[in-house]
Design a protein around this ligand. Structure first.
Ligand code: IVH
Length: 690
């Protein structure tokens, strides 16, 4: 129904509905890095809301999404109030919007109708915005945008960006630079490949991967992800006055920052249109994702005069690219079985080019998604690659549906081994219940076992594992370590096989030999237990110290309350992970595979707690509100000093650090006679006292 025909009551209901949807998508996007809708769909929601508020101004309130930027920061990081709010940009979707923009600029500045307005056109980097503060030329603090007023403190994370300067060439008194953090397309593909191999969830696109990597409490994770950035603006700027956006970018480059080279000056709608077309042409070849072009009035005195409205400056606009879409036909729907048995439907498409890339597969996510969109084999569908590497099906073109088409029926048994399937209580995922009986799971688990973060055996990648498995050379992890001995007695030796030779066979055996010595963390991770990723494997390794203690504890945990409580007390290990481990250790086949493997290895005890510090090896519980640092920062620091951080107090706890308003944990500590420290005493203990 057209907006103007709504009654005030209907308008209010529609307003509430839109606000709720936008808030929901904001949360997914900003706090969970997991958007459900494309940018175009989200923009459409915002436009609907703006139109509605324009027609019914009484619906506008201070907390309407139209009056705000982004979403509130998540709780885990410290907060940073921006010295100058971090704004967003209004969008332009076509030439007309651009010429309207230039007209508004002229009108605001009182220029003649045909007076050129020089604008700097910059690629709109599809990443996450950040701000970085420098005092006297030294980097002092970094933050995410958050809601535009208050962001998250990511000082240490930013310092790990490729080519991020800690010191500037010049020493302006105070300058806050702003820019975008992104992940290179190639680094993104490599990260996802590794995650897939490790059985971890893959990121939908480089933007999400950059967000997930930057907002890590454990800075070493950020550092390992090779994030890059471009700077394109300043907030406060004391000690340097640029005369134009162009001069500013040049100066920032001279100070040691990465700046984007693809910028062009243009001073009319036509000229801007040409730059836009050229950028669109170049888009696919760039090593980073962009989702449009930002047009900025070049003269900074003009910018200053124009200022901002609501959440965006009047002197800049984002000229967005249309989402890259194409039509093609679904030839088949295959269901893949992952390492943990998850069934993922994949559409096999008639190959089609979308934004310069040939696409022949699209993920259908899960059964619910297929049902919701009523996707059928033979359907013509619109697919979309919005910077995504995994293309998605946007909608079915029902007009082109073949007459004899039938709804897709999701398999009720595992398509690989025929075992029954069960639906995850926590999601829309069906899983094969065949465990190690399922050959798909066997192979996927072997691939995981040798993957980079696990045993990392050079020469034994996914393809080779598949080949060895097919030929019956390896069926379970232990077989890898007996391969060489068996090969010696074999009639068809590896070195004589096609694609192999003396050298490559020898190299492989040497790499396998070297892999017998493995750290406890890698070993635990390699087993591929659900919910035990690298992070949890590290926590377990640190807590239990050596492989025998860990294995014994896991075997005991399901029947022994004390062992279970001890496991759950590890800060970071939740019910799900604990349950997954007890399930693993109560499966005879898994235990047999583990027991065949252990004698072939030398699992080195965990060294991460062996730091020389006053709290090394001690178990610490943090409770209450800390004032001098966030609780997560305190925990991370304690761990770096070799302490074990626990989530609950027991007789094994060495210290309870009680902040303000500490409650039941403090009480328990007093009952058990555990040493209680306040924040200052803790800081003094670790040598950070005043
Ligand atoms: S300028 C005051 N320049 O797009 C204007 N933003 O929707 C501040 N972005 O929040 C932004 N590339 O995260 C600017 N070359 C560029 C940009 C850029 C990407 C992002 C930025 C901003 C969002 C606006």
């Amino acid at each position: 129904m057209p907006i103007r025909e709504l009654t005030p009551l209907e308008a209010r209901a529609e307003h509430a509905r839109l606000v709720e949807q936008i808030r929901h998508h904001d949360r997914l996007y900003y706090q969970q890095d997991m958007p459900e809708v494309s940018d175009a769909e989200y923009d459409a929601l915002r436009r609907d809301l703006e139109a509605l508020e324009a027609a019914f101004p009484e619906l506008v309130s201070a907390d309407s999404p139209t009056q705000q930027v982004g979403a509130a920061p998540s709780q885990a990081f410290g907060k940073v109030e921006h010295l100058v709010p971090m704004l967003s940009l209004a969008n332009a979707f076509g030439e007309e919007d651009v010429s309207d923009f230039l007209e508004r600029v002229r009108r605001f500045l009182g220029l003649d109708a045909d007076e050129p307005v020089a604008c700097l056109c910059e690629p709109k980097i599809d990443g996450l915005s950040f701000s970085a503060l420098y005092e006297d030329g030294r980097y002092v603090r970094g933050a995410t945008r958050g809601d535009g007023q208050v962001g998250e403190d990511i000082t240490r994370n930013l310092a790990t960006l490729v080519d991020f300067p800690e010191r500037l060439k010049e020493t302006p008194a105070r300058i806050e630079v702003r820019g975008e953090v992104y992940m290179d397309k190639r680094d993104f593909a490599a990260l996802n490949a590794a995650r897939e191999e490790a059985g971890e969830a893959v990121f939908a696109n480089p933007r999400n991967a950059a967000a997930g990597s930057l907002r890590q409490l454990d800075v070493s994770v950020t550092a390992s992800r090779k994030l890059r950035y471009f700077v394109y603006a300043v907030g406060v700027c004391d000690g340097y006055t640029p005369e134009s956006q162009h001069a500013l970018i040049t100066w920032l480059g001279e100070q040691g920052f990465s700046t984007n080279p693809e910028t062009h000056l243009a001073d009319s709608t036509d000229a801007i249109g040409e730059v836009y077309a050229a950028l669109a042409e170049k888009r696919a070849a760039l090593s980073y994702d962009i989702d449009g072009m930002v047009i900025k009035v070049n003269r900074t005195d003009w910018q200053r005069r124009m200022g901002a409205v609501q959440r965006s400056p009047r002197w800049a606009i984002a000229y967005k690219f249309p989402a890259e879409k194409a039509q093609t036909v679904i030839e088949a729907i295959d269901v893949q079985v992952g390492r943990t048995g998850a069934l993922t439907p994949v559409a096999r498409l008639t190959p089609v080019t979308v934004g310069g890339v040939v696409v022949s597969n699209a993920t259908l996510h899960n059964e619910d998604e297929i049902e919701r969109k009523d996707i059928r084999v033979g359907d013509t569908v619109v697919i979309q690659r919005a910077g995504d590497v995994i293309p998605q099906v946007v909608e079915v073109v029902t007009a082109k549906r073949p007459k004899d088409s039938a709804p897709y029926i999701f398999p009720k048994a595992c398509p690989v081994c025929g075992s029954p399937t069960g639906r995850d209580p926590e999601g829309a995922v069906w899983r094969c219940e065949g465990g190690l009986v399922c050959s798909a799971q066997q192979v996927e688990r072997l691939k995981h076992f040798v993957s980079r973060a696990a045993f990392d055996i050079e020469g034994l990648g996914a393809k080779v594992v598949e080949m060895f498995w097919r030929e019956g050379l390896i069926a379970e992890p232990a077989d890898i370590f007996t391969l060489e001995a068996r090969d010696k007695d074999s009639l068809s030796r590896l070195k004589n096989r096609e694609g192999w030779g003396d050298k490559s066979a020898e190299n492989l055996f040497r790499a396998i030999e070297a892999a017998r010595r493995v750290s406890l963390k890698r070993f635990i991770y390699a087993l591929g237990i659900r919910h035990i990723g690298e992070g949890n494997a590290g926590l377990l390794a640190r807590h239990y110290g050596d492989v025998d203690s860990w294995v014994q504890a896991m075997k005991d945990a399901s029947g022994n309350e004390e062992v279970m409580q001890n496991l759950l007390a590890i800060d970071g290990i939740g019910e799900k992970a604990a349950h997954a481990m007890t399930a693993f250790f109560s499966d005879e086949r898994q235990v047999a595979a583990l027991e065949a493997l252990l004698p072939l290895l030398e699992v080195s005890p965990d060294q991460s707690g062996a730091v020389d510090s006053p709290v090394s090896g001690k178990t610490v519980v943090f409770t209450g509100t800390l004032v001098k640092q966030s609780r997560s920062e305190a925990k991370a620091e304690a761990q770096a000093l070799g302490a074990k951080v626990a989530g609950s107090v027991s007789a094994k706890t060495d210290y309870v650090v009680a902040g303000e308003a500490a409650g039941s944990k403090l009480k328990k500590a007093e009952e058990l006679g555990v040493t209680v420290l306040d924040e200052d005493a803790w800081l003094a203990l670790i040598g950070r006292g005043a």
